[in-house]
Write a protein that binds this ligand. Structure first.
Ligand SMILES: Cc1cc2nc3c(=O)[nH]c(=O)nc-3n(C[C@H](O)[C@H](O)[C@H](O)COP(=O)(O)OP(=O)(O)OC[C@H]3O[C@@H](n4cnc5c(N)ncnc54)[C@H](O)[C@@H]3O)c2cc1C
Length: 544
């Protein structure tokens, strides 16, 4: 460690980046500091139970994510304490996180403020407020980018001021990411005097007022850096699995041992550094003869993450249809009843409902399961706005991430990036291909657990005698399908065709050939490599 100046007080302000490893903000704060203030501000809007919400949780986050965050904070505190420090938990002032940080900067006479840069619109506004205050008070501010592999602004600059809109063009510009900070600390500078401040202990969800949550509602993923590193090591231990990793292959119905790493919640909160993860995967690649390549490989997944971060950072109104230049303008329907049935896992399609129940209980589902329900809500069956589905995911996912979530909803609704709207996931045959016995459905929808295998994906087709024997009467114990998939998907294709035709007409009236539009691939540039793999998958589940 650099020679410490007793007088120098540094604050490292944690928000995401809830880790000690590869944390450039923490690293910069500790260097030369006589006193170190590791701060996290609890935001009541994020944590306070909202009795009006559709499922347990606050207005912003489902209880699974609230719990994950608290576990991550507890773990961070424990890891800091092992280094002679601790986490200083503060309460937001009048629900304002920035005000609490500004007050502490002033009251503790901080000389240097370090925090990880964050590109989400909410974070940019919050951080500007704190940065302006710090600069005006003569406090040095250091805000490195370490949530992503690359610096989104740099990629955009290299691309002539615009974000690359295809994965291939992104990769061509990005190159290799910077190396992570690999130094392991034996100690951190002592925590400075906090005066009259009330320092909070990490609360439990029960202490926050969530009451007793039954065991089956608790997701099997524990928050925190310790678990993130353990989980990553466990995944990378199987070198052959890493070398052969190929998405979108993999079983979306595997829930006891998921087909992918389930590191997304740890990356979301920064319990795991994406650069460190990338670095460790490269180590595995160096030790094997052959391995898959982006976009399908494991490093390819991390590059998808950075791709969406970069596009979202450089696209005004990325999180909405209106005013978003890369988003197709589609006249989505409004139907609250259908939307609520989808949200609450009551569509009558067990594959769709099981996924939505897994979302509500665990806050995590496999990528292709997310594909299925996003397609069903939007261009596949219900023709409901992707922003409504995005909001549900945004609240309930434990890995909920502004850039990635919006990017994938734009993709799945064929509003941007992917345009083959005639390819629709069947809510019956797609899941059946992976899990013919319906074990996934039986687990998440116990009322269907005794439904015979031949009816588990379409229980409404079971004769009444079978329904009685399975103790599940369709229309009473489990809903009838809210739409007929064949009819609904046909109608959706027609409406998407019309919307695409009218957007072509708007942008280039002279070149339109309406008869051909529904089959045409429309792309922003190079056809994305993974489009073809997704298309291959969908071929087997096309319902036309
Ligand atoms: C409609 C929809 C919404 C989604 N919303 C989110 C979200 O809010 N947060 C989120 O992290 N992922 C989201 N995804 C992407 C993807 O489904 C998850 O990242 C992935 O399933 C997480 O599981 P994993 O960690 O086991 O992934 P792995 O396959 O093990 O991949 C490793 C990491 O790569 C990144 N990654 C993987 N797939 C993608 C992808 N398609 N786009 C961007 N990054 C990716 C994730 O950080 C992931 O943890 C969404 C996908 C869809 C279809």
């Amino acid at each position: 460690m650099e020679a410490a100046t007793a007088a120098t007080a540094a604050m490292v302000w944690f928000r995401k980046g809830l880790r000690v490893h590869d944390n450039p903000a923490l690293d910069a704060a500790r260097r030369g500091a006589g006193r170190l203030y590791p701060v996290f501000v609890l935001d009541p809007l994020y944590l306070r139970p909202d009795p009006a919400a559709a499922s347990p949780g606050s207005a912003r986050a489902g209880v699974a994510r609230v719990r994950f965050l608290l576990e991550s904070l507890g773990d961070l505190d424990a890891r800091l304490r092992r280094l002679g420090s601790r986490l200083l938990l503060l309460r937001a002032r009048d629900d304002d996180v920035a005000d609490a940080v500004c007050a502490a900067l002033k009251d503790w006479n901080i000389d240097k403020l370090c925090f990880e840069s964050d590109t989400e619109p909410y974070a940019l506004a919050r951080d500007k407020k704190v940065t302006d205050f710090a600069m005006a008070s003569g406090i040095e501010v250091f805000a490195p980018v370490s949530h992503t592999l690359f610096v989104p602004a740099e990629i955009i600059n290299k691309n002539g001021g615009r974000p690359p809109l295809t994965y291939q063009s992104f990769i061509a510009i990005a190159g290799e990411p910077p190396e992570p900070v690999l130094e392991e600390y034996s100690e951190l500078p002592p925590v400075g005097d906090t005066g009259e401040y009330e320092l909070l202990l990490v609360p439990t969800v029960e202490e926050l007022g969530y009451g007793d949550i039954s065991q089956e509602e608790i997701p099997p993923f524990r928050g925190g850096e310790t678990e993130a590193l353990r989980r990553m090591k466990e995944s990378l231990q199987d070198k052959e699995w890493v070398a052969k990793f190929e998405k979108p292959k993999g079983d979306p119905s595997a829930f006891l041992k998921p087909a992918t790493t389930v590191l997304s919640p740890y990356l979301k909160f920064g319990c795991l550094s994406s650069r460190y993860f990338y670095h460790c995967i490269q180590d595995v690649y160096r030790s094997v003869r052959k391995y898959t390549k982006p976009p399908v490989s494991l490093t390819g997944q991390l590059l998808w993450r950075d791709f969406f971060y970069t596009v979202s950072f450089g696209t005004p109104n990325f999180d909405q249809m209106k005013g978003n230049k890369i988003c197709k303008q589609i006249p989505w329907s409004e139907n609250e009843e259908l939307f609520v049935a989808w949200r609450d896992g009551r569509t009558g399609y067990p594959w769709i409902d099981a996924i939505m129940i897994q979302l509500r209980k665990w806050g995590w589902m496999h990528h292709l399961a997310r594909h299925s329900v996003a397609c069903f809500l939007t261009r596949g069956d219900l023709f409901i706005h992707w922003e409504k589905g995005r909001d549900v995911f945004d609240r309930l996912l434990i890995d909920s991430d502004w850039a990635i979530n919006n990017g994938n909803w734009l993709w799945l609704s064929c509003s941007s990036f992917f345009y083959q709207y005639h390819r629709i996931y069947s809510p019956v045959t797609f899941g059946k291909k992976y899990d013919p016995n319906g074990n996934y459905i039986r687990h998440f929808i116990p009322v269907l657990k005794d439904m015979p295998r031949e009816y588990i994906y379409e229980p409404w087709t079971a004769p009444l005698s079978i329904q009685k024997k399975a103790k599940c009467i369709i229309g009473k114990d489990y809903p009838k399908p809210v739409v007929d998939h064949e009819t609904a998907s046909k109608e959706c294709r027609k409406r998407m065709g019309e919307a695409y035709a009218s957007s072509r007409l708007d942008s280039n009236p002279s070149k339109v050939k309406p008869s051909n539009l529904s089959r045409r691939k429309m792309s922003h540039g190079d056809q994305d490599a993974s489009n073809s793999s997704v298309a291959k998958l969908l071929k087997t589940s096309r319902s036309e």
